[in-house]
Ligand binder design. Sequence first.
Ligand SMILES: CC(C)(COP(=O)(O)OP(=O)(O)OC[C@H]1O[C@@H](n2cnc3c(N)ncnc32)[C@H](O)[C@@H]1OP(=O)(O)O)[C@@H](O)C(=O)NCCC(=O)NCCS
Length: 146
Amino acid sequence: MPTVRAATPSDGAAIRDMLAAAGLPTADLSASAVEFLVAETNGALVGVVGLEPHAPAGLLRSLVVLPQARGLGVGAGLVSALEQNACSRGITRVVLLTETAEAFFTRLGYVSAERASMPPDILATAEFRSLCPSSAVCLFRDIPSS
Ligand SMILES: CC(C)(COP(=O)(O)OP(=O)(O)OC[C@H]1O[C@@H](n2cnc3c(N)ncnc32)[C@H](O)[C@@H]1OP(=O)(O)O)[C@@H](O)C(=O)NCCC(=O)NCCS
């Protein structure tokens, strides 16, 4: 199973490549305060997930697992690590938009909600304002505080 660790600046190009290959937004990455976790096997990245912290909520974004590494639990492991990381920083609600992985997140305990019911800081993110089409589903999970 891959190791999950915090990304470093030297991971930036590989992260952008993974996101672009999966058709996920990269346009705002320089301007947004996204903290990435990466999954790594034998020194090579196989997955990534990002958190935009806006305590007490956080935006989960940029989740990708390389096609050859899918179906092995890497995606679920990245989401779990992100939730633990978020929880330790006082984030009690993880929110996301998805066009492709609603069923994946539902299995992990996420439930759908109206976008407008999310906290103002989340609604103000580039992903909510402009990067994700209105057809994207809004999901959230309340994580118990540690
Ligand atoms: C969504 C994604 C990250 C899942 O990664 P993964 O490592 O394959 O996921 P896991 O192996 O942890 O899957 C956990 C479970 O969810 C299921 N699952 C995985 N992707 C799914 C999807 N898109 N829809 C429904 N179920 C899915 C798996 O079959 C697995 O079920 P199991 O426990 O019964 O075997 C991966 O498919 C991916 O990178 N997709 C392209 C990018 C994308 O859509 N990202 C989401 C943007 S919000």
